[in-house]
Structure formats: structure tokens, C-alpha cells
Design a protein around this ligand. Structure first.
Ligand SMILES: Cc1cc2nc3c(=O)[nH]c(=O)nc-3n(C[C@H](O)[C@H](O)[C@H](O)COP(=O)(O)O)c2cc1C
Length: 333
């Protein structure tokens, strides 16, 4: 059993933070399907210290999201510590942890010395963890990559430094910054980090089904797996992973009507959280992901791209049924 501060983590698979994807509606959905915990979309520590309202809006933890960590990005230890303090003070419910982003590859983040650029300076990584751990009475966790590029693979070194500085858990994505998201993730680096530290290690990269999760845990010895893109349009992956562990065999994937039901619940919640205009704009990508594997997916994705109102969800749902269960359509017409 893995513990983080005073929280016992139930389950094997964690929802990865994904800016623009893993918002409240999606986090609640994945937690409902058995994700062991979740992480906020990354939040700028500097923006928090400057009182930016939009950034503060990314904080907030509903009962359905717990346990949840707040992830901060930045590079200055004092600003990171202050951002962490502001985040914790602004929340009526304490987060499970403050997570430090040492993995984001986006140019606008790394050009500002943050995200995966931190890995170029392992001592700075340690100072950030230390400063944040001193500032808040919560576990500090780290999410990192394999290294900056092929010539500077240093996840083991950075992990050890972060552990010594007080980190309580490390998530490691088996790609360098240079690789962004493309080539297969290197799970050997996850095994190497697990060997090198005593704190729990979360393996990340290319988990798309329960079998991938089992394989990663067997191959690397990691304590938990973290699922990112494999959860898009597929939030029941957490149920599948947990069932694989509990039962030792796969469970059936959701049928057409469960899939449609989950998709509709997701989008209704998304609109409740963000309002219909923004919610429906964001629904276009989520619904397109839910179409994966359905008959007529290409044509249906065109409809996803045209969604404007919650009423359009009914038309999309109807179109999915027409393509995939024509007998049901004739039975009701
Ligand atoms: C759209 C998108 C947004 C992401 N945003 C974040 C983020 O805010 N913080 C972070 O640490 N990682 C972020 N990541 C990286 C993921 O957490 C994860 O490490 C990566 O996708 C590899 O895992 P996967 O192969 O399961 O997708 C993001 C990835 C994607 C695809």
C-alpha cells in the first residue's frame, strides 16, 4: 500500500496531468472509474504570486477529485514556495500534495527555464523541492522526464537529488524533452529510477490498456502507473487496470450505450463547470476521442467538430447509434 502524507493511495493507476484535457470534469470522471489519484493541470507559481485570477481558477478541488495534487511550474525556488503557499491557503480542502513540474516540453515553458528545462540544472531542482517542502505542510512530489536530450539523460541523478531534498514521490515519464511525446517511452529509465530511490515511483509513458500497466509494473518495479493520453476518450481504463489487478484477467470494455452515457455525462459536467460556450468548444476534442473504434468514426468526428450547444450532443448521440446500432434506431422509429 502506498501512502502519501496521511493519504493511503487506493488503486494502481494515476491520472496524468494534461493541460487543456484533465480539467475538473475529466478528473472527476477518471476518479469515478478508479484512478488512484489525480493532478491539477499545471499552474504557474509566478502567476499565483501576482494574483492572476485565471490561474487561481485552475485551483479548487471538488470532493469527487480527491486525492488530488496541485502541480506548479516555475524555476525560482522562492516563487515556487510562495506559489505553493498561496495555492494551499486559497483552498478550503488541502491538496494531497504539491507536485513540481520538471517535465513540460512546451517551448513557452522551457524558454522560461521551467518544466523540463529544470533538469538541465539538477541542483536547482533540489533547491525548488526543498523550498516548497519548507513552505507547506504537505508532501511534495515531482514529475520529471528521462532528461533533456539523449546526451543528458539524468533522471536518476535528479530523482536522487529531489529525494534528498524532501520529495515524497516521483513520477517519471520515459522520454527526453527532445523526444517530446513521439517515440516509444523508455521504461528502462523508470526501472533505473525505482532502483535508485526509496520513495514511491510512478511510471509514465504509453499505457493504453490494462496489459500495458501490468507490463510496466513488472518490467520496472514501479509502485504506480500514470496514464495520460490513454485516458482520453477512455476514462474507464482505470477500471480496467484495477480489475486486471483484482481479478487477474481483463474485463469487458464498455458497450456502446455505456460509452455514450459516459461521454454525455462528461460533456454535461464540462458545461456545468465552464459554461456552455466554452464547454462545448472543448467538447469537440473530447467527443472526437470517444469516437475511437466506433463504426463511422471519421464521419462522426466531423459532427464532433461542429458541436455548439448541449442540444447538439443529442444529435451526435443519435448519429453514433444510427451508425453502430441501426436495429435500435428502427425499433424506436
Ligand atoms: C495535451 C497534454 C498536456 C499535458 N500537460 C501536462 C501538464 O500540465 N503537466 C505535466 O506534468 N505533464 C503534462 N503532460 C504530459 C503527461 O502528463 C504525460 O507525462 C505524457 O503525456 C506521457 O504519458 P502518456 O504516454 O500516458 O500520454 C501533458 C501531455 C499532453 C498530451
Amino acid at each position: 500500500m502506498i501512502t502519501l502524507g496521511n493519504i493511503t493511495i487506493q488503486g494502481k493507476a494515476v491520472l496524468a496531468p494534461m493541460a487543456g484535457v484533465t480539467d475538473r470534469a475529466f478528473r472527476e470522471l477518471c476518479m469515478g472509474f478508479g484512478a488512484a489519484f489525480c493532478v491539477s493541470e499545471m499552474v504557474s507559481a509566478k502567476a499565483l504570486t501576482m494574483g492572476d485570477k485565471k490561474t487561481a481558477g485552475l485551483l479548487g478541488i471538488s470532493p469527487g477529485e480527491q486525492p488530488m495534487a496541485i502541480q506548479l511550474f516555475g524555476y525560482d525556488p522562492a516563487t515556487m514556495a510562495e506559489g505553493a503557499r498561496i495555492a494551499v491557503d486559497s483552498l478550503p480542502v488541502a491538496p494531497a500534495a504539491i507536485d513540481i513540474n520538471m517535465g513540460c516540453p512546451a517551448p513557452k515553458i522551457v524558454n522560461n527555464h521551467s518544466g523540463s528545462a529544470l533538469m538541465k540544472d539538477p541542483a536547482l531542482c533540489g533547491r525548488i523541492v526543498e523550498a516548497v517542502a519548507r513552505a507547506v505542510d504537505l508532501p511534495v512530489t515531482v514529475k520529471m522526464r528521462k532528461g533533456w536530450d539523449a546526451a543528458s539523460v539524468n533522471a536518476v541523478e535528479v530523482a536522487k537529488i529531489c529525494e534528498a531534498a524532501g520529495a515524497k514521490m516521483i513520477a517519471i515519464h520515459g522520454r527526453t524533452r527532445e523526444q517530446m511525446y513521439a517515440p516509444p517511452a523508455d521504461w528502462n529509465i523508470i526501472a533505473a529510477v525505482k532502483q535508485a530511490v526509496d520513495i514511491p515511483v510512478v511510471g509514465n509513458g504509453d499505457i493504453y490498456c490494462a496489459r500495458d500497466a501490468m507490463q510496466m509494473m513488472e518490467q520496472t518495479g514501479c509502485d504506480l502507473v500514470m496514464v495520460g493520453r490513454g485516458a482520453m476518450g477512455n476514462p474507464w481504463i482505470f477500471r480496467e487496470i484495477n480489475a486486471q489487478y483484482a481479478l487477474g484477467r481483463p474485463v469487458f470494455p464498455p458497450g456502446l450505450y455505456e460509452r455514450l452515457n459516459v461521454m454525455n455525462r462528461h460533456i454535461i459536467r464540462l458545461c456545468a463547470c465552464k459554461g456552455e460556450p466554452i464547454g462545448m468548444r472543448e467538447a469537440r476534442k473530447h467527443t472526437a476521442w470517444y469516437m475511437k473504434g466506433l463504426r463511422g468514426a471519421a464521419r462522426l468526428r466531423v459532427l464532433c467538430g461542429e458541436l455548439r450547444t448541449l442540444d447538439d450532443m443529442k444529435r451526435l448521440t443519435q448519429a453514433v447509434i444510427e451508425e453502430n446500432d441501426p436495429d435500435a434506431v428502427s425499433a424506436f422509429s
